[in-house]
Design a protein around this ligand. Structure first.
Ligand code: RP5
Length: 155
């Protein structure tokens, strides 16, 4: 993530990865404040054994795109909900990549962070049968929870 201030959002990605038993690391790497660290991190990610990068950032959110420019790993971008523009700035900064360098862009905020982890799980599950069954269980539990919810009452 681009800042410690993104953690409140990105913790939802971390929690979802943890729930699915996926190993992960959490790092603050800023495209603007620590550009050299960003280049090193992205360049070394594949050789260090990382398989997917979830990059969350807000405002002028250049982290996911610059990260994708420096690695062939799949990069999933999470637009953090900014104070000034409610995350629309983050979303547009991340989603409008030029052809040739893709970033898979998720929804703004908590939903995007959670879904980034689920999308990472889906990518990893293509080559990991045990993870695929954990992901299937997560989804069937989620379905059952909706189906078994109490009937709605008038307020
Ligand atoms: C971005 O600037 C970060 O991703 C963060 O969302 C935003 C604000 O950062 P702070 O000023 O809160 O550190 O680079």
């Amino acid at each position: 993530m681009g800042s410690r201030s993104d953690w409140e959002t990105m913790a939802h990605a971390a929690q979802t990865l943890a729930d699915l038993g996926i190993a992960f690391e959490t790092r603050v790497v800023s495209a603007h404040r620590t550009p050299d660290l960003l280049f090193d991190y992205a360049e070394q990610a594949a050789t260090r054994g990382l398989k997917v990068i979830i990059a969350g950032a807000g405002g002028a959110a250049h982290l996911p795109g610059m990260c994708a420019a420096k690695t062939q790993l799949p990069v999933l971008g999470v637009p953090v909900q900014s104070k000034a523009l409610n995350g629309l700035d983050s979303l547009l900064s991340i989603v409008q990549m030029p052809a040739g360098i893709p970033v898979a862009t998720l929804a703004i905020g908590k939903a995007g962070a959670t879904n980034a982890a689920l999308l990472a799980a889906a990518i990893l599950a293509t080559t990991d049968k045990r993870l695929a069954s954990r992901l299937a269980k997560f989804r069937s539990n989620q379905t059952a929870k909706v189906l078994n919810d109490e009937p709605l009452q008038l307020p």
